[in-house]
Structure formats: C-alpha cells, structure tokens
Write a protein that binds this ligand. Structure first.
Ligand code: ADP
Length: 550
C-alpha cells in the first residue's frame, strides 16, 4: 500500500544515487533526488515526500545537520528519515540517530536491508493514532519491556529508568497485548524467546497494534546483529531490531530514536485534534451567531408585521363601528320621527282649535278646548317618548367612552334595544333580568358585544315569527348575558369559524364578518368567555360570561 510512497533521496554520489534510485523504483517507490542538503531543504519548502533517505556524508551541510533542521521545522517534524552511511563506526550511527533520524543503515547492508528499513518506517506512519492519542508529548515516555526476569533485563530496566523513561517489566505477552489495547505504553521492547528466529512475539504484537490502530513503537531485542536477524525482525513487524550484545549506550540511542518518533507523532496527532476541535468550536460559534442574528431579524420582522396587523385591526374595528353608527343614526331618526310627526300634526290642530275658540259661542268653545286639551295630552306623551329616547341616547354615549365603570347591564341593554328597534321590526324580544344588575366593565361590552349579537339574531330570525330572548344573571362569581333566538342556529362545525374576522354568510354589502370577531376581542379583554350553543327553541344561543371581579 505504501509502495507508491514518495521518497526524497539526498545523495551526492551520482553512481550511488543511480543504484539507489533503481532499487527504490523497482520496489515501486517514487524517487526525487537532490545532491546536497541545501537543495533538499529548498525542495522540502514546496513538496512533502513520505520519507527522507539521507546520506550521512554530504558536501557542505552534513546529513545530521540537515536532519536537525528538518526536525526543528513544524511541518516536517514527524517526517520519517532513514540515514545511510558508508561508515560502520558506531559514533556515526549515534550522531545520525541523535540528530533525529529514525533509523540508520550502512550502505553495505544491502538493498534488502535498506528496503526493509524503509518499509518499517512507512508502516509506522500508517499506524499513526488519529486525533485521540495521548494529548501531550511533554511527558515521561512509557516503555514496556517484555523479557524474561533475569539480570540482563534488570540492568536494561535500570538503564532506561536512568535515561528518564517510565519503565514497566512484564514476562508474559498477555500483559503486553493489554498494554497495547489500553494505550498504556509508548514503546514496547521485546526480547524474543530463545530459539525463535521467526520473531513470533514481535509478529503478534505488531498484529495487535495494527488491529487497534495503535501508534506504539515496537523494538525487537536480539542477541546478534546479523543482517539476516535484522531482516527477519523487520519482516515480522518490528520498527527496529537492536542487538543487546552491543554496547549498552548504543542500545539506548536506538531506543531513544524510535520512542522520540512515536512521541512526535502523538504530539502531531494531538495538534491536529486540537485544531479540529478549535475549527469545530469556531464553526459552532459562527453558526450560533448566525442563528442568533437570523432570530433577531425574524423577531424584528415579526414585530413589524404585528404592529401592522394591530394598526389594520384598529382601522377595521373603527370602520365596523362607523358602519354600526350609521345603522344607529337611522334607528334614532326613525324613533324620533314617529312622535315628532304626530306632535307636529297635533300642534296644528291645537293652534286651529285655540284660534276658533276665540270667536266661537260657548258650546263650540267648550268642544274646541276639550279637543285642544286632548291633543296637548298626546303631544305630551310624544315629547315624553322623545325625552326617554334622549335619556337612552345619553346613556349609550356614556357607555362608549372606553372607560371601565360600574354599569347597570339591564338598563344598558334596554338602551341598545331601543336603538335597534328599526332593525328588530316586529320581532318579539323577551327580557328576563335577574336581580344582579351592576357589573364592572367597559361600555363596549354592551354596546358592541350585546348589540352585535342581538343584531345578528334579528337578521337570523323570521321577520314576523321571530323571537329573541335576552337573559341576565350572576352565578359562581360570573355575570352571564344570554341571547337566544329561534332562527336556524349555528351549525356545530361553524361555531369556531364565526369568530374569525371576515367570516360571513351574509350577502356582499350586508355583512362585514367583523361583528363577532370584535365581540370576541372585547369579551377576552374582560377575562371572559363567549360560547355558542343550540337554544331551547331551536336557534342559536350566545352565552357571554364575565368575571364579576376583574
Ligand atoms: P356578519 O354579521 O357581518 O356576517 P358576524 O361576525 O357578526 O359578521 O357574524 C358572522 C356569521 O356568524 C354570520 O354571517 C352568520 O353566518 C353567523 N351568525 C352570527 N349570529 C348568528 C345567529 N344568531 N344565528 C345564525 N347564524 C349566526
């Protein structure tokens, strides 16, 4: 899978570079080559290979100096680096590894060893823990030694502890597998069982870390450093194969190189996780700010629409009031016109009678004066009717001042009925007023609510056989006004709709559909209810209930 990985080779010798290029290409890798460290740094500025293969000896800047710079740069800090050298001296290897290279191969080690090393390094990249690895690399690295309990192991444990590692020592593979599962170690050092050239323990541990996508480093400790042994260890899955027979110091250098890489990768993963978390937090914050802004905008629009609606509603209520005012004026004119007409007629009769009486004989004068007195009586009753009408009108006008006051409900209903007289025609109106008369309310309750409901009833019933019953009373803290008629009634499925503004079944021009909507609003503003039922005599029954104490 990594065999198409890109390798940057830094090698000054053309012959060796050609050999290495052929070898890598045959193995399926993509190769880019620079002759010196300076050009390599340039190349790394704009391209990111999967692995560096660096010759230790270079003209100008040496290999270990290049590695040190690469390691100090954030973007390339975890780039795997394999160092090649013609020298076999331990101090060269030590310098290479200490500078930050991950592995070291003498060129004479042969193609197979180099390729094995390269594959082992690329394999470690693949096993990088994603996001949820240990958070910080600035901590004591944890090593686990899987080895028999013997003096050599004890010595290694104390050497590693002296290096600053937190070291655990186990003798069984079960505990080691558990440590991989629990991410309890950064590196595992495994001493293979004697007489197992196939590196069975390393293979098992590698399989488990692959299954768990664990980034733990795996170093096989062997008794010899023969190329065949190293190859077998790398093939089994170890990241490095180190001989315990070599001087203890060198062993520590190799372990340090492997573990450092694991910690650097952890840190990188933690950095990526932090960046992702920050990006998510930022996105969330932006989304919240956006949502809040949109909400505020929607609220503002809603408030605007609401204000417009209120204004329109107020205008509609006003025009509905004007419409009923027109009807009222017609009613008043009619009510005054009747008595006025016969007052005027009688007044003319009286005038004539009085004028005639002056010249008449006694008998005739007596008859004329009796007639005049009789007509004056009629004039008086007509004037009384007009006077009563004016009293009712004044009462009605007082009702309309919008103020809440104590109102005598039966009196107010009587005034409304007088004004509705022309609309009622010969419809019979039966009033049954209970003893409770006074109610704390606004005038609109009677002159809008009762008036609209009675006017509707008058429209609904038969003009000749029509009958409207108005009942008032109080019970359980509620004042009740009930208006029943013997019209067709309001079908049950329409009883809610009739309160909607503009709902009307009347002909165009005769109904606004606002009467009951206004009535509903007024009753609600008193904390009361308005219900429609079927009246006893078969028509509609409107029941208004208002709390006696608001
Ligand atoms: P409008 O009287 O202008 O139609 P309303 O809101 O006062 O508007 O009434 C709405 C509708 O309710 C009327 O058109 C009518 O269909 C119905 N309605 C109201 N009162 C009665 C009633 N007493 N009997 C039958 N239907 C009624």
């Amino acid at each position: 899978m990594n065999d198409d990985a890109a390798i940057l080779l830094i090698e000054d010798s053309d012959t060796q570079a050609l050999q290495l290029r052929r070898m890598f290409e045959r193995a399926g890798f993509r190769i880019d080559r620079t002759r010196d460290a300076e050009t390599a740094l340039e190349t790394l500025n704009h391209s990111r290979p999967d692995l560096l293969v660096v010759d230790y000896r270079l003209p100008g800047m040496n290999g270990d100096e290049l590695v040190r710079i690469v390691r100090q740069t954030g973007a390339t800090r975890t780039l795997p680096i394999l160092m090649l050298t013609g020298d076999d001296a331990s101090d060269v290897e030590r310098q290479g590894l200490d500078s930050g290279a991950n592995a070291y191969v003498p060129k004479r080690g042969g193609a197979e060893l180099i390729l094995s090393r390269v594959r082992a390094l690329l394999r470690q990249v693949r096993a990088r823990p994603l996001g949820d690895g240990p958070a910080a690399a600035l901590r004591q690295a944890r090593l686990l030694l899987l080895a028999p309990q013997d003096t050599a192991s004890d010595q290694l444990v104390s050497d590693l502890a002296a290096e600053g590692y937190h070291v655990g020592h186990v003798a069984g593979i079960a505990d080691t597998l558990k440590a991989i599962d629990e991410e309890a170690a950064d590196g595992i050092l495994v001493v293979e069982q004697p007489g197992d050239p196939s590196f069975g323990l390393s293979a098992k541990l590698d399989a488990r870390r692959t299954a768990r996508a664990s980034g733990v480093a795996l170093v096989a400790l062997t008794d010899d450093a023969e190329p065949a042994t190293v190859l077998a260890g790398l093939a089994a899955g170890a990241d490095d194969v180190v001989s315990r027979g070599r001087d203890g110091d060198m062993l520590l250098v190799r372990i340090r190189a492997i573990v450092r890489r694991k910690l650097a990768r952890d840190e990188e993963a933690a950095g990526i996780a932090r960046e992702q978390a920050q990006a998510i937090a930022l996105a969330q914050a932006r989304a919240e700010a956006d949502a809040a802004e949109r909400l505020a905008q929607a609220n503002a629009e809603l408030a605007g629409a609401n204000a417009l609606l209120r204004e329109t509603q107020a205008q509609l209520v006003q025009s509905a009031k004007m419409a009923s005012l027109g009807e009222l004026v017609a009613g008043i004119a009619h009510e005054i016109n009747n008595p006025l007409a016969f007052i005027l007629a009688h007044q003319a009769t009286v005038e004539r009678a009085v004028a005639g009486a002056a010249n008449a004989d006694d008998d005739a004068r007596g008859a004329l004066l009796t007639k005049a007195a009789d007509r004056l009586q009629s004039i008086r009753s007509g004037l009384t009717r007009i006077q009563e009408l004016v009293v009712k009108l004044r009462r009605f006008s007082r009702l309309d001042d919008g103020e809440v006051s104590r109102i005598d409900i039966p009196d107010a209903i009587d005034a409304v009925l007088t004004l509705l007289a022309p609309r009622l025609g010969s419809v019979e109106v039966v009033r049954t007023y209970g003893p409770a008369r006074m109610l704390e309310c606004s005038g609109a309750l009677v002159n809008q609510v009762v008036m609209n409901i009675v006017a509707n009833a008058a429209d609904a019933v038969d003009p000749v056989a029509g009958r409207i019953a108005i009942t008032t009373g109080a019970a359980d803290g509620m004042f009740c006004i009930q208006v029943d008629d013997n019209g067709p009634g309001v079908p049950e499925d329409r009883r809610e709709r009739v309160f909607e503004p503009f709902f009307t079944t009347k002909d165009v021009g005769s109904g606004t559909g606002l009467g009951l909507a206004i009535a509903y609003g007024v009753v609600r503003s008193h904390g009361g209810t308005i219900a429609i039922e079927r009246a006893v005599q078969g028509g509609a029954s409107f029941i208004i209930r208002i709390p006696e104490r608001p």
